[in-house]
Write a new protein. Structure first.
Length: 169
């Protein structure tokens, strides 16, 4: 699948709108058509070079949209569900997860600085080369692929512009 994304190639340079290629969905993945994304200070810090991430990268980690497709192992959410995206996936098995501290999940902390997805893979590519994902989401795009646990269903009545700034726990 091809779609457009805002790609940052180097800090301090303009972001370019480019056609990217999405990897096929893995069993636990969810494809979300993005409807709203907010610009966070963390994104600005990467753009300005104050926060270092591997490049090229698709920024954005506060977003909302509609589930388009799900992997074969996903029971929830379902296609058509409105979702807000959580940038804090967690393994549920490590020392911190077992103590209800998913923000300290060992897998989350290990993979976050590598700017890959929670399974360690890049879900997007540009010109045959992997693209990095800001905080597991990469929401400055028309679509994103996230683990099912990162797509949190919200009521249909909440406007996407409002739900994009929610930070689900």
């Amino acid at each position: 699948m091809k779609f457009r994304a805002a790609v940052l190639h180097r800090p301090g340079t303009p972001i370019a709108i480019e056609e990217v290629v999405a990897a096929p969905l893995k069993p636990g993945d969810v494809l979300v058509r993005l409807r709203a994304a907010s610009l966070c200070h963390t994104d600005l810090e990467v753009i300005e070079g104050q926060l270092r991430y591997p490049m090229p990268i698709v920024l954005g980690h506060e977003a909302a949209g509609v589930v388009e497709r799900v992997g074969s192992a996903v029971g929830h959410p379902r296609p058509g569900d409105p979702v807000v995206l959580s940038w804090n996936p967690h393994c549920g098995r490590c020392f911190y997860c077992e103590r209800d501290q998913p923000i300290l999940c060992e897998t989350y902390l290990e993979l976050g600085p590598k700017a890959v997805q929670f399974d360690g893979a890049a879900k997007l590519s540009l010109g045959g080369m992997p693209l990095h994902h800001m905080m597991y989401i990469a929401s400055f795009a028309e679509y994103c692929i996230v683990p099912a646990q990162s797509a949190v269903v919200v009521p249909k009545e909440i406007p996407f512009e409002a739900s994009a700034t929610l930070v689900p726990g």
